[in-house]
Design a protein around this ligand. Structure first.
Ligand code: SF4
Length: 700
């Protein structure tokens, strides 16, 4: 911790932009917050959420003492109980009877220890994360196309591009500093074109040269149509396709199956709009296609990602300045979690749980007695397994699934019925209310470690506040439980730098360049160097040769033949049968709140932007149910009901309703919108379709 009035370089804990922050403890006790001018993600910029961080670090509402069955307890007895109940479950019911559900709010070091304990020592891969809800379709799409979960480009590419396509991304509200960078680039070069593809006319669309109000889930068809157009108009990079890819002919054949009538019907766009977009793409070599939750949070999310990547491979527009597909991650450390293998279907250091060779390598590196033999349960399946009694003990860390999971009421019931629930968090949440053991964690400003942003840049989160009460770091809690479960030698950590060094060493272990994730340069890092670590993009191999700023400009993919794969995706059925739930519910973020508001909900300044939950509804639909702006509406699906205030606007597409994801029982009764969301998932990634549930609306 720094002395009073010192300024600490750290990183914002909110979105995947990963802005550098200068935090200063003023003599008055207030926390001064500024953007770090030296951080390459933001160069001094901050958004409203980041600049309000100082207002969210007080101790009001914090839980600072472990609790067992509602009573305050000491750490030793609480950790002992967690270790013994998990050990008992494993002994009696096998390793797959226990689970961890963690978070993109975790620091990489927390994630590493959790993943190692579950996959290497408990012997199950039942560790999943709220990142499953955020970007797992991008992971699956990357792995299918590239053979690795690699983001090929950098933020600078958005500034260098002549055409930036934003699909399923409300960049203005969800990645505001990247949006600021884009506006600055367009102001400097007004000839730069921006296309926004979104059923809603969001704030981001205000800077668009073209807004395509696509039908929900019409993206696969839209990009299939683009691939067909590129092929038919002979606008392909044949040299790149032949040297660096396979599967092109089948992908184009799949694209050509789509007639223009089907294309217009599935996208909801007319032929002129499609031609204008496709012609602009053809004409603009330097094109970046950014995609976010509107692409990922879908039952066809992985196919959407591959449909986009196909178009970039076909034109060789990847891994070169101003060109490439670009996944924008939602959370501050969704990428770090991927790097340590924090998803149930991953291993560690971008190795594969499907590969015996990788499992053997990780087991030898860890000295692991029982490496997980198969993928674990992904989030939706995991809570289903809790519900039907297969999971006997679950440890939920830094996340609030009772609010954020689809069919949230069923998740709540499952957690309430689980024989043993441990929750690690900083405050009382809708989830922690049901914990048998509550473990108090460190919050932002108190904890210390690393995060990785959307452009593969690893940055330090540094502590600058005193540790309050009995709160402890998540990595420490996991280490102590691992030791108490009998794995003392494998969990020797005393500080996060030791964990980071081990993580770096694993990334380089037997890595001859056939794995993308390599930060071996940090395998010997000590506490002092870790403390001083500047933001750095991976890879950073042990050779010290420095990493590639971009991947794949000259091929070098990570399938065995080093070629990328075109994926022959199909435009699925986007029609909705007539039903008692005729409207499409789209959930998402607003500008000034974060997740379930456990932190941003403390700031009056942030609450002033939008003070209560609302439903954006098109005037046509509002009239049909007799609702005007500010009226209360009841929204209903087969899974639940909520009551929110109507906001009637033609920014919303007819037949669609948007409701923010943030509100929960702590802030507004009966507004947990995910209690309406169907637990439908993408078949490849397991990511829930959080943006297209069938609902009905009526005046309340
Ligand atoms: Fe934080 Fe994201 Fe805002 Fe940057 S853009 S200050 S990372 S919330």
């Amino acid at each position: 911790m720094q002395t009073a009035t010192a300024t600490t370089r750290t990183t914002c804990p909110y979105c995947g932009v990963g802005c550098g922050v200068l935090a200063t403890r003023e003599e008055s006790g207030a926390i001064g917050i500024k953007g770090d001018p030296l951080h390459p993600a933001n160069f001094g910029r901050l958004c409203s959420k980041g600049s309000a961080l100082g207002e969210t670090v007080d101790l009001e509402g914090r839980l600072l003492q472990p609790k067992m069955f509602g009573e305050e307890a000491g750490w030793d007895e609480a950790l002992g109980l967690v270790a013994s109940r998990f050990s008992d479950a494993v002994r009696q019911h096998g390793p797959d009877s226990v689970a961890f559900y963690v978070s993109g709010q975790f620091l990489t070091e927390d994630y590493y220890v959790a993943n190692k304990l579950m996959k290497g020592f408990i012997g199950s891969a039942n560790i999943d994360t709220n990142s499953r809800l955020c970007m797992s379709s991008s992971v699956a799409g990357h792995v299918r196309a590239f053979g690795s979960d690699t983001v090929p480009g950098t933020y600078e590419d958005l500034e260098l591009a002549d055409l930036v396509i934003l699909t399923g991304s409300n960049l203005a509200w969800c990645h505001p500093v990247l949006y600021q960078r884009l506006i600055a680039a367009k102001t400097e070069r007004p000839e730069m074109k921006i296309v926004v593809i979104d059923p809603r006319r969001t704030m981001t669309a205000d800077i668009a040269d073209m807004h395509l109000a696509i039908r929900p889930d019409g993206d696969v068809a839209l990009f299939l149509g683009l691939l067909g157009f590129l092929a038919d108009s002979a606008n392909l990079d044949h040299d790149y396709i032949e040297r660096h890819t396979s599967g092109f002919a089948m992908a184009v054949a799949a694209a050509r199956q789509l007639s223009i009538d089907e294309l217009t019907r599935k996208t909801g766009l007319d032929a002129q709009q499609l031609e204008a977009f496709y012609t602009l793409f053809v004409a603009t070599q330097k094109t970046v296609t950014c995609y976010s939750q509107g692409v990922n949070q879908s039952s066809s999310g992985t196919d959407k990602v591959n449909a986009i990547i196909n178009c970039h491979l076909a034109t060789g527009r990847i891994g070169k300045p101003g060109m490439g597909p670009f996944s924008l991650t939602g959370q501050p450390n969704a990428m770090g979690g991927r790097e340590v293998g924090g998803l149930a279907n991953m291993l560690a250091a971008h190795m594969s749980i499907a590969s015996d060779e990788d499992k053997d390598r990780v087991a030898r590196f860890w000295g692991a007695p029982r490496i997980a033999s198969k993928p674990g349960l992904k989030a939706v399946d995991l809570f289903q397994a809790v519900a039907d009694g297969r999971i006997k003990a679950i440890w939920i860390m830094a996340t609030n699934p009772v609010v954020s999971m689809p069919d949230a009421d069923a998740v709540k019931a499952a957690i309430k019925a689980c024989p043993f629930v441990v929750v690690s968090d900083v405050t009382q949440t809708d989830t922690s209310r049901h914990a048998h053991v509550f473990l108090p964690s460190l919050g932002w400003g108190e904890k210390s470690g690393t995060v990785t942003n959307s452009e593969r840049r690893i940055s330090r989160q540094r502590s600058f506040l005193s540790i309050p009460g009995q709160a402890r770091a998540d990595w420490w809690q996991l280490t102590e439980v691992g030791r108490r479960m009998g794995f003392e030698a494998a969990f020797p950590y005393n500080s996060p730098d030791e964990i980071f060094a081990e993580h770096a060493a694993l990334s380089a272990f037997e890595n001859d360049g056939t794995r993308d994730f390599d930060i071996g340069a940090f395998a010997q890092i000590d506490g002092q160097a870790y403390d001083a670590l500047s933001p750095v993009q991976w890879p950073q191999p042990q050779s010290g040769s420095g990493g590639a700023e971009r991947f794949f400009g000259n091929g070098g993919f990570y399938h065995a033949d080093r070629k990328a794969r075109f994926i022959a995706v199909e435009a699925g059925n986007v029609e909705r049968p007539a039903s008692a739930f005729p409207l499409v519910l789209n959930t998402g973020r607003i500008r000034d709140q974060w997740h379930t508001m456990t932190r941003t909900g403390k700031s009056a300044r942030l609450a002033a932007h939008i003070a209560e939950p609302f439903a954006e509804i098109h005037p046509f639909d509002a009239k049909a149910i007799g609702v005007e702006s500010a009226d209360l509406v009841e929204l209903e699906s087969p899974y639940g009901k909520v009551i929110v205030r109507a906001s009637v606007t033609d920014r919303q597409a007819k037949g669609n309703i948007f409701v923010p994801m943030h509100w929960n029982d702590n802030f507004a009764a009966r507004a947990r919108i995910d209690s309406l969301v169907a637990p439908l998932v993408d078949p490849f990634s397991g990511q829930p379709a959080l943006k297209s549930s069938a609902i009905a609306a009526r005046k309340f």
